[in-house]
Design a protein around this ligand. Structure first.
Ligand SMILES: Nc1ncnc2c1ncn2[C@@H]1O[C@H](COP(=O)(O)OP(=O)(O)OP(=O)(O)O)[C@@H](O)[C@H]1O
Length: 255
């Protein structure tokens, strides 16, 4: 029997399919700050579509890996590849930081600006911004200053802004850290919707419940090394490494 096809969702369907950027690959990537190398010869292949979660203790190197994927920093040695190419496909990447950085404009103004930068024609911008706000349940706040939004609303706006340019790759750094369950649910719904529409998602989270709900695959990082990569349900139920077992059970890891 054929499995049901996901509904097409024009608002978040990427301009090029996320699968076109796969595999996302780190080849012997090293990052060094002065004498310290938080990533040292990291190799990784993210080959499957859907949602990949990067998990690991504080300071493991997760955000640095995400920044490398987003082209915000460059490796000292090694390379990051996107399918066949080793140039960062900047116009096709949406990035949401842990602490959203919003412009001193209205909620809608932030989206209109992003749409303008993405090259969307003026008549289409208003319509798209309204539809995005509705999708993110922020339409009633459209004219409010973005900086007056609550934490959950700001994070949602940052996510809508990232989705506005119809990215093929969506990078999320702890998108719902310190949000309540309802705000978290809204973020997760948007992320799932984008993923179902063909956006490749890589996100960082410490929230095991969220990983169980969202992630297809987990990459576990510890002290700048990838220790495990496997389907999320396998990782959450039976992690292999001593470090992942300790991390998931909330134990203090000293080495
Ligand atoms: N610009 C920098 N200069 C020096 N050290 C840095 C710099 N950026 C990151 N680091 C160090 O690299 C290590 C990894 O940082 P990273 O932010 O990737 O950790 P993380 O796994 O995302 O942690 P968390 O879960 O706390 O966000 C940390 O020890 C951090 O202090």
């Amino acid at each position: 029997m054929l499995s049901p096809q996901p509904p097409t969702d024009a608002l978040v369907t990427p301009l090029i399919p996320g699968s076109g950027l796969l595999p996302l690959a780190f080849d012997e990537v090293t990052l060094t700050f002065r004498q310290f190398s938080p990533l040292n010869g990291v190799s990784l292949r993210i080959a499957s579509p859907g949602i990949t979660a990067i998990m690991g203790p504080n300071g493991a190197g997760k955000s640095l890996m995400l920044r490398l994927l987003g082209g915000l920093i460059e490796p000292v040695s090694g390379q990051v590849r996107f399918g066949e190419q080793n140039r960062v496909p900047r116009g096709h990447i949406g990035y949401v930081f842990q602490t959203p950085v919003l412009l001193r404009r209205s909620v809608k103004g932030n989206l209109l600006h992003a749409l303008k930068l993405a090259g969307v024609a003026r008549p289409e911008r208003k319509e798209r911004a309204s539809a995005l706000l509705k999708m993110g349940e922020l339409h009633h706040l459209a004219d409010n200053p973005a900086r007056s939004l609550s934490g959950g609303e700001k994070q949602r706006l940052a996510l809508l802004r990232a989705l506005a340019c119809k990215p093929a790759l969506l990078l999320l750094d702890e998108p719902s850290a310190s949000l309540d369950p309802q705000a978290t649910f809204l973020i997760e719904s948007l992320v799932s919707r984008a993923s179902r529409a063909g956006v490749k998602v890589v996100l960082i989270s410490h929230d095991q419940g969220q990983m169980g709900r969202l992630a297809d695959e987990v990459v576990f990082v510890h002290k700048g090394r990838v220790l495990e990569q496997c389907p999320a349900d396998v990782f959450l139920k039976s992690p292999e490494s001593r470090q992942a077992k300790a991390y998931l059970s909330g134990q203090l890891l000293l080495d």
